[in-house]
Structures are given as structure tokens and as C-alpha cells.
Design a protein around this ligand. Structure first.
Ligand code: SF4
Length: 271
């Protein structure tokens, strides 16, 4: 058992994501139960066995979360183990409700020498916390499925519109923070390709997946052709990327597809 594995067995709210989530981050924490974004494709209620109407009703703070995070983060610090902790997989750190616990969580991680990454569809709501992000260690990420507000409103009912997410990416990038975009789920191939074109000037990394738990889209999309077009575009733009396991069967043999691209700007020389 590694030092990190042993440490994680003693933690309550910092954990090692498994499966598809594990492709996104080595460490994560979820301050809330539920998420008010009410995405039609959200599989969290399914895998966590929550009633969808309760999950969609809004995020509520997990019992004793801040105290537990404080204790977990102190254990990391005492062990001298640093790493980037992601918020969040089973909720959104910038959901439409009270997100002060998110700020408190980032402050605790910061205080104990851990770096962090937020992945959100909350758009410019995240700008409240931009002062906590450090170029040398932290990252800001958005999930984007479309550039269209109408399309997004259908699939991600209460999330911030795409323009707001893109605006947030621009601001974080301008502050020197590492930015990345999750192109998962891919609901429409042309939309995902258009997102890359629109965001490449201010996004440092793309993580690309397909649709999950959406039988019709999964069945009718030519995932091989999509993968080829995505990697051709990202290579042409010179953008680091990670193609998730569901699409890796369509990559050329030996394709360079690192799982853990460093998500920070440590060592970058200012222009
Ligand atoms: S933002 Fe994420 S966790 Fe929240 S409803 Fe949408 S997919 Fe689910």
C-alpha cells in the first residue's frame, strides 16, 4: 500500500475517484449532496442511489463537511503529501444555491498546502473565488456540451449558459490560471468541435469523452469518426488533450494520450 493509499483510508471526505471519474483527477472531494443544475443526462442519482427529484431539488451541505475536510487536509499536510484535489464529481461546486462551503473548502485546501481544481457548469458564479486560485498550483475547468443557450437549456436546465462558462474561462486564463474543458458528455459532434474552435485561445487542456447512459446518442453517433476529427483538430491547434477510455479504441496505435497532464502553470515564464 502506498503512503497515499494508506492516508486515504484515514480520510473522510478526500477520496480517490474510481472508474470514469478517476480519469479526471487523482483526488476529489464533494461538499454537497444533490445539485440544482438538473442536467437531463446526469447519472449521479443513478450511481449514488439518490432519488432524482431530491437530487435535482438543489445542493445541500454534507453533514460536518468542513470539519471533516479540515481534518483530512491536516492529515495530508502532516504526511507531507501534496496533490490537486478536484471539486466535484457528484455535484457542482458552483451550483445555483449557497456555495459558500465551496469557498471554505478551497481555503482549507490552500491553508494545508494542497492544490485544487474546480470543474463546473456554474459559469461566472465561480469568479467570486478567483482570488484563491494560484497559477503555480490550481486549475479551473468547465464542462461544455454546446455553444447554444437553447440546446444547453434543454439538457442542463439550471446550469449557467455556455456564454457564461466561456466568459469565466477567459477571466481565469487572463489571471494566469490553468484552464481546461471537459467535452463530456458529447451530445452533438459538431457542437463539441465548435467548442474547441471557440475556446482554444484561452483553454490549456481538453478532456474528451462520449455520451454515457444516453442510448440513442450512443447508438447513432459515429464515435470513430468523431475521435479522428477531435484529435486532428487538437493536434492542429497544438492543444494538450486526454481522450477518455471509452474513445481510446478509436485512437491510432501508439497515440500519445497521457492520463495526467499537469494542471497548473508552475515553472511557466511570464510573457
Ligand atoms: S452539474 Fe454535474 S452533478 Fe450537477 S446535475 Fe449536472 S451533471 Fe449532475
Amino acid at each position: 500500500m502506498t503512503d497515499l493509499s494508506a492516508l486515504l483510508t484515514r480520510c473522510a471526505v478526500i477520496y480517490e475517484p474510481k472508474g470514469q471519474a478517476g480519469e479526471y483527477a487523482p483526488l476529489a472531494t464533494n461538499p454537497y449532496r444533490g445539485c440544482g443544475h438538473a442536467c437531463a443526462y446526469c447519472y449521479v442519482p443513478l450511481v449514488t442511489k439518490q432519488k432524482r427529484h431530491e437530487f435535482d431539488a438543489g445542493a445541500v451541505w454534507r453533514d460536518g463537511y468542513i470539519e471533516k475536510l479540515e481534518r483530512d487536509a491536516a492529515k495530508f499536510q502532516a504526511a507531507g503529501i501534496t496533490g490537486q484535489v478536484m471539486l466535484s464529481f457528484a455535484t457542482d461546486p458552483y451550483h445555483p444555491g449557497d456555495t459558500m462551503p465551496t469557498r471554505q473548502a478551497l481555503e482549507i485546501l490552500h491553508h494545508h498546502g494542497l492544490s485544487f481544481c474546480t470543474l463546473t457548469k456554474g459559469g461566472t458564479r465561480a469568479l467570486r473565488d478567483i482570488d484563491l486560485f494560484r497559477p503555480q498550483s490550481d486549475a479551473f475547468a468547465c464542462t461544455l456540451t454546446s455553444m447554444s443557450d437553447t440546446f444547453s437549456a434543454k439538457w442542463e436546465r439550471h446550469a449557467a449558459p455556455p456564454a457564461s462558462r466561456i466568459a469565466a474561462l477567459r477571466v481565469f486564463h487572463a489571471r494566469g490560471i490553468f484552464t481546461w474543458v471537459s467535452l463530456e458528455p458529447t451530445l452533438d459532434v459538431e457542437s463539441s468541435l465548435a467548442i474547441i474552435d471557440a475556446t482554444a485561445p484561452f483553454v490549456d487542456l481538453y478532456k474528451v469523452g462520449r455520451a454515457n447512459y444516453l442510448k440513442e446518442i450512443t447508438r447513432t453517433t459515429d464515435w470513430a469518426a468523431y475521435t479522428q476529427r477531435v484529435i486532428a483538430k487538437l493536434q492542429r491547434l497544438g492543444k494538450p488533450h486526454y481522450i477518455k477510455r471509452d474513445l481510446q479504441q478509436y485512437l491510432p496505435a501508439g497515440y500519445h494520450n497521457p492520463l495526467r497532464v499537469p494542471q497548473h502553470h508552475a515553472g511557466r515564464v511570464a510573457a
